[in-house]
Design a binder for this molecule. Structure first.
Ligand code: CIR
Length: 259
């Protein structure tokens, strides 16, 4: 059974003017430009609308400089909204502010030792991969697996211990069923032989975070190898420039919750 249905809705939050105060390891890229980030954000929201999604865009919230990375505080699967407790303490209250906008879903609260960021959760066509790294731990994986099994008893959920990139999806996503795209910086012992794996050149590593949406696939702009791989798998490839979010360690998927 294919785990990726077509999406009808997306939730996004505008970046706050203080978004450069968020967490980042990419300081060598320089400080992000707010106006440019806002233009990139609007283009992303419009691209989701062009794919048929109804996009709810929440106002910026200066309490959360990383708060526009809405993918991390929740994992949504059918009617389930799993409320993640981030391994990054500064990001732990973001989910509370999203909850009222997800109240039509069944919100699941995991135990407090369960750490997880949505960026570590990769829904593939036939399985879910849960990265275990700096932001997500084994208890987080166990709690998410139990919650997903409550929705679909036979769902396959695999732990993927990794390092080298921030989130699992920063370095590995699925372009098409059984076709993975990978940043060579991602290191893992998890066996990937069940899929074809396209390894990007190091300078395109951040383009490993691709986002399939309703028959299209979103890919970071100016990454020719990633584009070529995407066009081989998918008729419609949407490229987006997210340079200002990359400066804050943000990947393509992290700016929206799709469901
Ligand atoms: C953080 O370090 O948490 C944010 N600055 C970036 C989060 C990006 N999230 C994602 O790729 N899922």
């Amino acid at each position: 059974m294919h785990l990726l249905p077509s999406f009808t809705r997306a939730l996004m939050r505008r970046p706050a003017p203080n978004f450069a105060e968020g967490l980042t390891t990419a300081t060598c890229l320089g400080a992000p430009d707010y106006q440019r980030a806002m233009r990139q954000f609007e283009a992303y929201a419009q691209a989701l609308r062009d794919c048929g999604l109804e996009v709810a865009v929440l106002p910026a919230d200066e309490r959360f400089p990383d708060g526009h990375f809405v993918e991390d505080p929740f994992v949504i699967f059918r009617d389930l909204a799993f409320h993640c407790r981030s391994g990054a303490p500064t990001r732990r209250n973001e989910g509370e502010s999203l909850k009222p906008h997800l109240s039509h879903l069944r919100i699941f609260e995991p135990p407090s030792d369960a750490l997880i960021d949505g960026g570590d959760v990769l829904f593939c066509a036939d399985r879910v991969l849960v990265g275990i790294g700096d932001r997500s731990n084994r208890a987080g994986f166990e709690a998410l697996r139990a919650a997903l099994e409550s929705v679909q008893r036979d769902i396959r959920v695999d732990p993927v211990p990794f390092c080298g990139v921030l989130h699992l999806k920063s370095g590995l996503t699925e372009l098409a069923p059984d076709v993975l795209i990978r940043d060579p910086a991602l290191r893992t012992d998890y066996e990937l032989t069940w899929a074809k794996v396209i390894e990007l050149p190091p300078e395109e590593g951040y383009a490993a975070d691709v986002m399939p949406v309703n028959g299209a696939v979103f890919v970071a702009a100016d990454c020719p190898r990633a584009y070529e791989a995407a066009i081989e798998c998918c008729e419609r490839v949407i490229t987006l420039d997210l340079s200002e979010f990359v400066k804050m360690d943000g990947g393509l998927t992290c700016l929206s919750l799709r469901y």
